[in-house]
Design a protein around this ligand. Structure first.
Ligand code: PFF
Length: 467
């Protein structure tokens, strides 16, 4: 290691005086922490179950590779080039074309929206972890699980308290700063998460339904594939990689200059896909081990079907049922936290960097607003279920705005920006670290960002809106 690199490693700020991740591993784990979340362990199995299994997964991986990863790398390039916050990054990358700097508001708006509804489900997972911890699932029937979930999610107070706890934890980490909070949090939680999911996979593969579960996950049946499958697969790829709303762009502002952005993008997407597949390997063998259970239960899969399945499948050994459930819900909580941290950071970074509010104050500010907005989302499962806009309750509306509108449109804007507006030499310089690293895949990246990703997004987006 040269003296220069050593110096870099101990530096905690970049040229702009903004914080940076101390190590390359920290940068990867933080980005992977954002990507790996409820999207992998809750949404991925749900979507896979609803869309027929292996064929959906193959299409999903295809979209990850040709659209998701290029957009992720694009976000990395914009953010690292700016090195401060997203608004500054767009401004700098566009050589001062002020119109583009307003893209810096995208992560602020999206950060508030996405954290507010995500924290509702994260709060549910925390509650389920607490119930699992006190062995509250023991002896329940499948009807009990359905009734319990309906009662809890529609309760006007309890879920809001649990979501507030999630947001307080998130605020705590973000307030500690880039290295001491976000990076350290990712370095502790990501390996733990991996260990937890690996233990659960091993247990699940010993169950009687393992071969049927594996078949569902890995043996494609393309007769099930429709246009809607492709759409869901692309939506899932965006959500799971956290791309399109400048979340990863925000993190990339803290990347050191020696991080290989293309390699990082591929590694993060690989970790993300691996964890999603492992979640599938935990869930489907367990589901197929109980006669009459189907994997297509929809969003309630994780909160009604699974606790029931875990009790039944390990029914003879209560200790196993207890531990499996507890580890599973703790896994969900950790995955949710590493993602919610990145969501809060998106908005908090703006207030901190652009409006010069201290980091802890801006984290508390954003967190407080999200508790209120999240509370409204939570109430849309109960007393405010009749309050709708465009036919959607608050939770579904926020999800629609983020996943179906802001993510594709933000992705499209970034592809146009980097593919067509920014000086190509600047992009190449950023992605090859000033020509110091191998540039062989760069032309492939440029082709995907200029043509494949924008055309793909437009086709799918128009198809969606015309329905
Ligand atoms: N990628 C996260 C997940 O899979 O749970 C969700 C997410 C995080 C979406 C950050 C958007 C975001 F900005």
């Amino acid at each position: 290691m040269t003296n220069n690199t050593k110096l870099h490693e101990i530096m905690s700020v970049n040229n702009n005086g903004s914080s940076v991740f101390a190590s390359k591993v920290g940068a990867i784990l933080a980005a992977a922490g954002s990507a790996v979340g409820l999207g992998n362990i809750w949404r991925f199995p749900t979507e896979t179950g609803a869309n027929g299994g292996a064929a959906f997964i193959l299409i999903y991986i295809f979209f990850m590779a040709v659209i998701g990863v290029p957009i992720m790398v694009t976000e990395f390039a914009i953010g690292r080039h700016g090195g401060k916050d997203v608004m500054h990054s767009f401004f700098k990358m566009s050589d001062g074309k002020t119109g583009w700097k307003w893209m810096g508001l995208l992560p602020v708006v999206a950060g508030f929206l996405v954290l507010s509804y995500y924290a509702v489900v994260a709060g549910w997972t925390l509650y389920y972890a607490a119930v699992a911890c006190e062995n509250g699932f023991a002896g329940k029937t499948s009807a009990d699980f359905a009734a319990d979930f309906a009662a809890f999610s529609s309760n006007p107070v309890d879920p809001i308290l649990w979501l507030a706890v999630i947001i307080i934890l998130t605020v705590g980490v973000v307030a500690l700063g880039v290295q001491k909070g976000i990076e350290r949090g990712a370095k502790i939680m990501m390996p733990l998460l991996f260990i937890f999911v690996a233990i659960l996979v091993i247990c699940s593969l010993t169950l009687p339904g393992a071969s049927k579960g594996l078949e569902f996950l890995f043996k494609p049946d393309f007769s099930q594939v429709t246009g809607a499958t492709a759409l869901s697969a692309m939506g899932q790829a965006f959500f799971s990689l956290s791309v399109g709303i400048c979340c990863l762009c925000t993190y990339a502002c803290y990347f050191r200059k020696d991080v290989n952005l293309i390699q990082d993008g591929v590694q993060v997407a690989t970790i993300d896909t691996l964890v999603a597949l492992m979640a599938g390997l935990v869930i489907f063998p367990a589901v197929y081990s109980i006669p009459g259970m189907e994997p297509n239960a929809g969003p309630s899969l994780v909160f009604i079907t699974l606790p029931n399945v875990f009790q039944q499948v390990f029914g003879d050994v209560p200790f196993l049922a207890y531990s499996f459930s507890l580890v599973f819900y703790l896994l969900l909580v950790m995955a949710a936290l590493t993602s919610s941290i990145s969501m809060l950071e998106m908005a908090a970074a703006y207030f901190h960097e652009e409006l010069r509010i201290s980091r802890p104050v801006s984290a508390v500010l954003v967190g407080s607003v999200c508790v209120v907005l999240g509370g409204i989302c939570s109430l849309s499962f109960g007393v405010w279920s009749d309050v709708t806009l465009f036919g959607l309750g608050a939770f579904d509306l926020f999800d629609f705005l983020v996943a179906k509108l802001l993510m594709p449109l933000g992705s499209l804007a970034m592809c146009i920006f980097v593919g067509w507006v920014v000086d190509e030499k600047k992009v190449r310089d950023e992605l090859t670290n000033g020509g110091t690293i191998n540039a062989k895949v760069y032309p492939v990246y440029l082709f995907l960002v200029r043509y494949v990703a924008p055309i793909g997004i437009v086709l799918i987006f128009v198809n969606e809106l015309s329905k």
